[in-house]
Design a protein around this ligand. Structure first.
Ligand code: 0L1
Ligand code: MG
Length: 261
């Protein structure tokens, strides 16, 4: 794929994001043959465009990390993208649906490393040894594609639907919790809408960070110390509508909330 094509496809999703407008997936007509490798080139160009606009990367995020999502998309590997500074919402804050296309929320377990992690061959044990803190987090996903209808290359090119992140304020050392059995409940206006446990994320959220380090090593990149890392949804993602008060509780890791207008 030549540079012009990469730019064209990055512009396509970037404009949709800026204009908060749904688009038809790239693989429908624009470029049906888009491969996973090419999709990451489009994502890199999109990330570059955002950096040139003055936005800053907060940290990486993993997606498609649950058995259910992997089966649904018929893939064996998770995917990664990036959370930017303009996506951050304060814990207890308010978001407006009008700032998104069709937002959904998913609870995640975040990691902050004290040492860089460089693959290949990184294991969950390496991750736990290199972890300074784990923390509760929410991701707002907002695929730029109509009805969240996409193939794996489409969603990679769209920065894995990244649109928002809310970080809780409880920081715990990883050895103080069994992250695979940390239970999570997501309630909206007092009604429980989704529940899950950390094991929903590739068996253990540390596996997700290990996979990230190993995937990034293919580009000779590493997972950097100090950056918050989103490891993937613990429950299914839930659609947001005005009037929703979202409250998510994490066993031993506190809670995170926000209001939707
Ligand atoms: O963070 C995620 O798991 C989302 C990845 C993209 C899939 C989606 O938009 O549902
Ligand atoms: Mg996510």
């Amino acid at each position: 794929m030549d540079k012009e094509r990469i730019k064209q496809l990055a512009n396509y999703v970037h404009h949709a994001e800026k204009e908060k407008r749904e688009i038809v997936k790239i693989t429908a007509e624009l470029y049906p043959e888009l491969s996973i490798e090419e999709a990451y080139l489009v994502q890199e160009e999109l990330v570059q465009q955002k950096l040139e606009e003055g936005k800053k990367i907060v940290g990486p995020k993993m997606g498609i990390t649950s058995e259910a999502k992997m089966k649904q998309m018929n893939v064996d590997n998770p995917i990664y993208g990036y959370v930017f500074d303009d996506m951050i919402v304060e814990d207890g804050g308010t978001i407006s649906v009008s700032d998104y296309i069709h937002p959904k929320v998913e609870p995640e377990i975040g990691f902050i490393l004290k040492e860089d992690l460089e693959g290949p061959g990184v294991t969950a044990l390496d991750v736990l040894r290199a972890t300074e803190y784990v923390f509760p987090a929410l991701e707002i996903i907002d695929s730029r594609y109509e009805n969240f209808n996409f193939t794996l290359p489409d969603v990679i090119a769209d920065n894995t639907s990244a649109a928002g992140a809310i970080f809780g304020t409880v920081l715990k050392r990883p050895e103080t919790l069994e992250l695979d059995v940390v239970g999570v409940t997501l309630s909206i206006n007092g009604e429980m809408k989704a529940l899950g446990a950390g094991a929903a994320v590739l068996g253990h959220p540390a596996n997700s960070v290990a996979r990230l380090a190993n995937m990034l090593s293919e580009k000779e990149e590493k997972v950097k110390a100090g950056q918050p890392i989103l490891t993937g949804g613990v429950t299914s993602a839930v659609h947001l509508t005005p009037g929703d008060y979202v409250h998510v509780k994490y066993g031993g890791l506190g809670d995170v909330s926000f209001l939707v207008t």
